[in-house]
Ligand binder design. Sequence first.
Ligand code: 5RP
Length: 292
Amino acid sequence: MADNVGNKIAKNFSEDVPFMESGNFHVKGASNLDWGMKDRLSRIFNPDTGKTIMLAFDHGYFMGPTSGLERLDLLVPRLEKYVDCLMGTRGAIRSSVSPTYNKPIALRASSGSSILQDDLSHESMVVDIEDAVRMNASAIAIQTFIGADGQKETIEQLNKAVNLGTRYSIPTMGVVAVGKEMERTTQFFLLATRMLAEFGVQIVKTYYCDDFEKVAAACPVPLVVAGGKKIPEKDALTLAYKSIQGGAAGVDMGRNIFQSQYPEEMIQAVVKVVHEGYSDIEAYEYFQHLIN
Ligand code: 5RP
């Protein structure tokens, strides 16, 4: 029986106290890592702001050609110049993304299910670490399903990725997946993000939730927030703003960029929030200025 009955609930997160200083490296929890890891993390997280904007276009690996991603070769050239990092599969990147962009890659390295199934929680690491090296990946992304059917296998696969990534100094980005039946509670994200960090990932991708400051404070590596399903631009900018205010080190947005009627303008507004300290209101005004 799990030790979850009578366990004292965590509540003292000291959200206002900055994460420990150990060295002058700008990525949380990474001060003691090898030079190669730091180099790759510095390609993802801007050394001036400590933040990142990833463009996620990996949806096809389980959804096929979803709206906005019908033609990656046409979409990515419109957006790459505004973002810090590109997140996609090796097939999409090799076929449709020019290496001349010289952008860091967060390589989607797990898969195993498709939208034809009810249970999407069974994924493995399917990309060899040598192929990630060949692609000059700056991170490998592995989906982990805490609390779902696929928990054990995805935890094992995540740890395998951390082992292999450590061998070659490639950071692992643990992606917190939310199972179909699960609620997006603060308690869940506290648990899942901290578990992934304790497994040794260098970056955690997660969703925004209530009391996000607590989640960020309790996670000793940077949190990057996913955008999720398409919502109005104003709301997506508020999501980005609240995430950054709450302690996120960036966003990894997909549908709220490429499913917007104005993807270039939207990504530029997100840049203002993440790197330039704009509020959501200021960023939305900027967005409207760009589209009018
Ligand atoms: C799914 C992912 C996707 O990259 C991510 O969720 C897509 O971004 P968005 O939700 O903003 O469309 O990691 O596991």
